[in-house]
Every structure is written in C-alpha cells, then in structure tokens.
Ligand binder design. Structure first.
Ligand SMILES: [Zn+2]
Ligand SMILES: [Zn+2]
Length: 346
C-alpha cells in the first residue's frame, strides 16, 4: 500500500480564510503534505486552480450551510445550495452529483473569545445518506477549549496544541452507533484552517496559523497504486480511498503518524483499514505505531484491549467491527494521536 498525507478542510480568502490559494499551497508544501482540499463556504471559486503545483495536489470542495448543520462536499462539480434548515436537501444534492458528504464539526463548545460565543453544531440527526463525520476538527476544538482569558492567551500564543484533547466521546459514540447499524460512515479529521483574528483586551492577533494547522490534524490515505502526478487519476484515487474508509485521522504535530498500520491477519492473508475480512478462526490484530503509544482496540464501539509500545498484537479476534485509537507518549504524557477507520470482520 502507498500512504499519502493531506489536509481536507481549508478556507481561503474566497470565503473567510485569511490566506490566498497561493499562500495555502506554499504553507502546505512546506508542511510536507501530499494533497490539500480547499473547502470554502458556499463557493468553489478555487476549482479552476485544482491540480499539481510543486508536487502538491490541490483539490477543491466546499462547505455548505450557515448557522448550523455545516456540511462538507467533496468530489462535486457544481456548488450545492445552502439549506441550513433542511440539511437532507444538501445531502441529497451532493449525492446527486456522486460526491462525498461529511457532517462537519458535529459538536462544538462555545467560547466568548471566538465567533462571538456562537456554536455551529449539527442539529438534525434525522438525516440519511451522508458518507462521513468529521470526528475531530482543529479550530472547533481549539475554540471550545478557551474558556477563560488565561486559557485564550496560553492556547493562542504559547501552546495551541494543549487545546487539543482528542475527538469528543459523544461524537465517537455517534460514529460507532452508525457503524453498529451497518452504515459505512467514514471518520474524517480536518483543520478548518482559517487563521482567524482574535481580540484579547487591547490586543488583536491571528490564531491557529495555516502552517500550524497543516502540521496538526491531517488525513492519511492508503492507496493500492502510487499517485501518478495527473490530476484526474489522482483525484479519483484519493476520493476512492475516502469512500472505502482506507484512511485515518491523526494529529501529526508531535510525531508524524506516517507508517502507522492496523491490520487483521489470518491464514488467508491480511486486511487493512477500510477492508472487510471474511471471518475466520485465529484472526489476530496487528498495530504498528511510528512512536511509543498506548493503543486502544475498540470492537463494536467498546474498548476491548490496550497495549503500550510500538508493536501491538491482539489475539482472539471475534466477529465485529474494529477500530483503534493511539495515544502518543510525549514528554511523559499520552496525547491523542491516531484515530483509525474500521476493519469489518463479518
Ligand atoms: Zn463549519
Ligand atoms: Zn469550515
């Protein structure tokens, strides 16, 4: 398998981001990303700039809806109209184009220091037919963590990473519930890169810069073939990996998760993230982390095993839906790091 790293939730000056497309490309290239997906609010003005530049692939989707029910739409050719009150209409419009639709930052916590205390939660859970849930959103979680002036100051100027506590348990529960219902919902993670301005007393400055965002919550995809360098071919491969859930979410800031692997192995071979294993006796789960980590193995949404180290072997794998979470040991603390999509042993 061939692994590539990208960032898939980015705003430019075409909506409320503070950088141009050229600057975004340059920051992403410097961060070592292979691809980025620009998702401006309500428009795809960057679409005619899709493609490779300096070895970095840029794709363009969009984000729909305003006060709540934000929805990311990827792999579409036409802008979809907002319908904040009836998000099913937006989901259907994306599906009509054969696109990938993702419920963005479904759960937020308010902060008086950003967005005037507003939250942009997903409210209508009666919807159907979407492909993914953004389980971890950098800007959204950062905002939710700044509950006081001191925290705002610390997280804005000294240590923005300290605001990242990992996907909210409620969101993971919801993700697991969908999977238990047999729905192949894919877990995504996004920067929601804007580099917005914040006012703290007399001071006004930009927070969560693009360079910082592109080194934090990223998507890693696994492809059967290497990228070709051609827009049309590579766009298909990356979006297909998303559809297949052949990907994981990681905060790459302290340690890049490149090289992570999670497989189920048996006599008949081994199966990767996003694949279905025809169930067989004596299946084992192997996880390899490119750094010392505590790995938690979840089966059908329940924690069933834990291990610390870099190589992790779990035996006695029964029928079920498996995913792993890895917490990186960094400076004597375990930090939220890798959140995989599932392998289905059915
Ligand atoms: Zn949003
Ligand atoms: Zn956004």
């Amino acid at each position: 398998m061939f692994e590539y790293t990208g960032n898939m939730h980015i705003h430019s000056r075409y909506s409320d981001g503070s950088a141009s497309i050229g600057q975004i490309r340059s920051y992403a290239k410097k961060a070592g990303l292979d691809f980025i997906i620009v998702t401006d609010h309500f428009n795809m003005k960057a679409a005619d700039q899709e493609g490779y530049k300096n070895g970095l692939l840029m794709l363009v989707g969009m984000e729909a809806n305003e006060a709540h029910n934000h929805y990311l739409a990827l792999d579409i050719g036409q802008v979809v109209k907002n319908n904040t009150a009836h998000p099913q209409e937006v989901i259907d419009a994306v599906n009509q184009q054969g696109g990938i639709g993702i419920i963005a930052h479904p759960l937020e916590y308010a902060s008086n220091f950003l967005n005037e205390g507003n939250v942009y939660n997903w409210i209508d859970w009666s919807v159907e037919g979407f492909q993914g849930i953004e389980i971890w959103n950098l800007l959204s979680q950062w905002k939710g963590s700044i509950s006081s002036f001191c925290k705002a100051f610390y997280y804005a100027l000294i240590n923005p990473q300290a605001a990242l506590i990992g996907p909210y348990p409620q969101t993971m529960r919801r993700f697991d519930e969908y999977q238990q219902q047999g729905k192949r919902i894919v877990a995504f993670g996004g920067a929601d890169a804007h580099a917005p301005g914040i006012r703290l007393g007399p001071f006004h400055f930009k927070i969560i810069s693009y360079p910082f965002s592109f080194r934090s919550i990223n998507m890693h995809v696994l492809l059967q073939q290497p990228l070709s360098g051609h827009l049309s071919i590579d766009k298909k491969m990356i979006y297909q990996a998303f559809r297949n859930a052949s990907c994981w979410v990681a905060d790459d800031y302290y340690k890049n998760s490149r090289g992570f692997s999670f497989t189920l192995c048996g006599d008949g071979g081994s199966w990767n993230i996003g694949e279905d294993v025809p169930w067989q006796k004596d299946l084992q789960c192997r996880v390899s982390t490119p750094g010392w980590a505590k790995v938690k193995l979840y089966k059908d949404g329940k924690l069933v095993a834990e291990n610390e180290g870099t190589e992790h072997l779990f035996k006695g794998i029964d029928r079920g839906i498996y995913r792993v979470e890895a917490y990186l040991r960094y400076r004597c603390k375990y930090r939220p790091w890798i959140f995989s999509n599932s392998i289905w042993a059915i």
